[in-house]
Write a protein that binds this ligand. Sequence first.
Ligand code: BES
Ligand code: ZN
Ligand code: ZN
Length: 501
Amino acid sequence: MKIKSEAKDVAAYKGDVLIVNLFEGVAKPGGATGAIDAALGGAVSKLIKRGEFKGRKEETAVLPGGGKIGAERVVLVGLGKKEAFGADAARLAASVSINKAKAMKAVRIGTVAHGAGAGGLSPEQSGRAIAEGAILGGYGFDKYISTKKGKDGDAVEVTILIKEKADAIAAGRGLRTGVIMAESANLARDMVNEPPNVLTPGELAARAKSISRSSGLKIKVFGKSEIVKMKMGAFLGVARGSHDSPVFIEMKYEGNPKSEKNLALIGKGITFDSGGISLKPSNSMEDMKSDMSGAAAVICAMRAIAALRPKINVTALVPAIDNMPGGNAQKVGDIVRAMNGKTIEVLNTDAEGRLILSDAVCYAAKKKMSPIIDVATLTGACIVALGTLRTGLFSTNDELAAAISAAGEACGERMWRMPTDEEYKELLKSDIADMKNVGGRNGGAITGALFIESFADGAPWAHLDIAGTSFMDKKDRYYKKGATGVGARTLAQLAVDMATR
Ligand code: BES
Ligand code: ZN
Ligand code: ZN
């Protein structure tokens, strides 16, 4: 799919489909939709009057151009209620309407800039939202389907139509950012959707290497012997149960070489979570190939960051292995020692994410990276708390939490701040080691987060629990069933925001 912007009158646009929009409850369309309505002899107004189109989110209607306008057909898309409108509603409208046009076999698609004007978005924001909606909404994972029809989307050309030249240029700027963001997120989705027999720790490292090569990032992949040398005992404990070898990936972007400051993005890279000896029931295991969604998010955020070039240093760290119950697997009751010397009593081998992340956080803290942000499909408890819409945001630093939340909001990746009171740490006290790796059912997402925090050595830290938001079990907004790539865009946005602040 190609996307561009052009200063052009919508009625004059010559193509297969022209997309116009409508807010819910509007009886008489204005702006570009009003102009098309007038050109079509009031066809849009008639639909509204007859109650055949209400302007609801995800609602579409098709009208013939009938030679009265440049386009063959018109797709009318609902924007939902005006009070609730924002960039994310524009993303959804773009996704829905462009997919509709594609289903109609349209190749040349023109679209109004949703929300630029009455919706309160700038042309730049609108251009970005449309590009993201089109690319995220157009994603599919069909490489293992033998009878697939072949890619029809490649020839599609979407043109964002805006009257004023300056606005079209601004929309173009926005859409270029949107393309980088959405393509990076889709790359993360590819990694997550890949079956676990293909996406092994080695394959994850190979993909990180390939991204680094094409993006001009530095990368180092530490193997088992180096992980042993670094004394990452918590990570190695998890790795014992697997016949595969663990890897520790470090990717570096140096956007501000003069600065000492270095943002650390740490992703949980469990390429399959069986639970280990604390084996999961079969149905809970079905989607556990997605337990490396945090890793995919940080690796692909680095791709976006390299393309957007913010003036900031960023390092991505990924400990990767599958969590398996092999004969040599760690046992319930084992005590392991993390890189910083702290001992951990492993009372549930299924709470493995925090174990591998603790060593990665130690590594970041030792290298004085700051702030440290980890992203992980950490707990089922977070899904119970927040469902699949909002990511759990945990931080002991208000400023950092606000910055991450704002970056997420801008990307349509909503977060919800969760508590991190010191007292919750009581639940992680062990009788015979410095800590235990589980704090019981109550407040499970919080104790999981605070376990990781205790390895940050006082550095500003935040944790994103994406267990609920990284993988959809059915179509959801502009996401198909499967991986969402959540985190990739938000973390890149955060790096850009931090560089300009
Ligand atoms: N990978 C899981 C968390 C998860 C669950 C992610 C469902 C996505 C969907 C994690 O490693 C895990 O098993 N956590 C345990 C922790 C518990 C043993 C303290 C959980 O949530 O049950
Ligand atoms: Zn687990
Ligand atoms: Zn896990």
